[in-house]
Ligand binder design. Structure first.
Ligand code: SF4
Length: 288
């Protein structure tokens, strides 16, 4: 596919990126609090190659997509202003930061449960209404289903979510002393909690990175950029494919980067390729 010529705004941003020395990046610019570690391939390979040191198989070079470092650096540049909906109203902004840690973690999990199939703005407003009622395990258990439904409406699938929230909250009370579990394996056992939510709960609530949180944005963009060896059918397949090659120190940042990028530029329908800094190195770029 022939390379497209970037428009004036994209050209200016690319010049800025190049003059700043952006070539795959020595600095991780993710969400606040992301550890800034050097990205040395050697340490990553030691930690994550299965069968390391077990013979010829372990010495085979690991597959990685062409141009991914440059594509990533350009996405960082496009996300520099941090002004996507996820930046202001994402789950990490929905909990009461002055609440006790156990309550904060519960609120993170609840925001994640509300957020599926729901715009960040709607989740954020529903969380605000819940917090005005005092959002704890005990207040939710005392709330009748109708009140809970009216409070979270119009989040997507709100009737199902009322049921899942009540069931999950009862389990947290009985089995975890009112806290949320601290492993992905236990989190995905909770009603209404899928792998993406579990990984984000680990990132946000426990400050622990157990895997990549792959939602519809991360899934779609990974396939457009060909960051997966062969096309993946769903977010869970994409998570496995990305974790196979993406250096672990990027596992937390990648969700934040791609979600906002997917909200603003690489839209599900009619992506804004003419405004995208990656248009000349993206296999899916629309040349218009
Ligand atoms: S599909 Fe378009 S918007 Fe998305 S990364 Fe490729 S060039 Fe950018």
């Amino acid at each position: 596919m022939s390379a497209a010529r970037p428009g004036p705004a994209a050209s200016a941003a690319l010049r800025r990126l190049r003059s700043a020395g952006g070539n795959g990046g020595s600095q991780i610019q993710g969400t606040p609090g992301i550890p800034r570690r050097s990205r040395r391939r050697k340490s990553v390979a030691i930690a994550y190659e299965p069968g390391q040191g077990e013979g010829a198989e372990s010495r085979r070079p690991r597959w990685e997509p062409p141009n991914w470092r440059e594509q990533l650096e350009r996405i960082r540049e496009m996300r520099r202003s941090r002004d996507a909906p996820v930046d202001d109203m994402g789950v990490q902004k929905c909990y009461d930061s002055s609440a006790p840690p156990q309550v904060r973690r519960y609120q993170v999990l609840l925001a994640l449960m509300l957020s599926s199939q729901t715009k960040d703005q709607v989740t954020s407003a529903a969380m605000l209404r819940l917090r005005q009622r005092g959002l704890t395990v005990d207040t939710v258990l005392q709330m009748d289903d109708e009140t809970l439904g009216q409070t979270i409406y119009p989040v997507g699938f709100w009737r199902n979510k009322v049921k899942y929230i009540k069931q999950t909250t009862a389990i947290l009370k009985q089995k975890y002393g009112g806290d949320i579990p601290s492993t992905v394996e236990e989190l995905v056992q909770l009603p209404g909690v899928g792998p993406k939510m579990a990984h984000l709960a680990m990132h946000i609530a426990w400050d622990s990175v157990a895997g990549i949180a792959v939602d519809t944005h991360v899934h779609r963009i990974s396939n457009r950029l060909k960051w997966v060896k062969k096309e993946t059918k769903n977010p869970e397949e994409t998570r496995v494919a990305l974790e196979d090659w993406l250096p672990r120190e990027l596992w937390r940042e990648i969700n934040w980067l791609l979600v906002g990028f997917g909200q603003q530029t690489c839209l599900p329908v009619n992506p804004r390729c003419s405004q995208c800094l990656n248009q000349d190195i993206c296999p899916a770029a629309k040349r218009v």
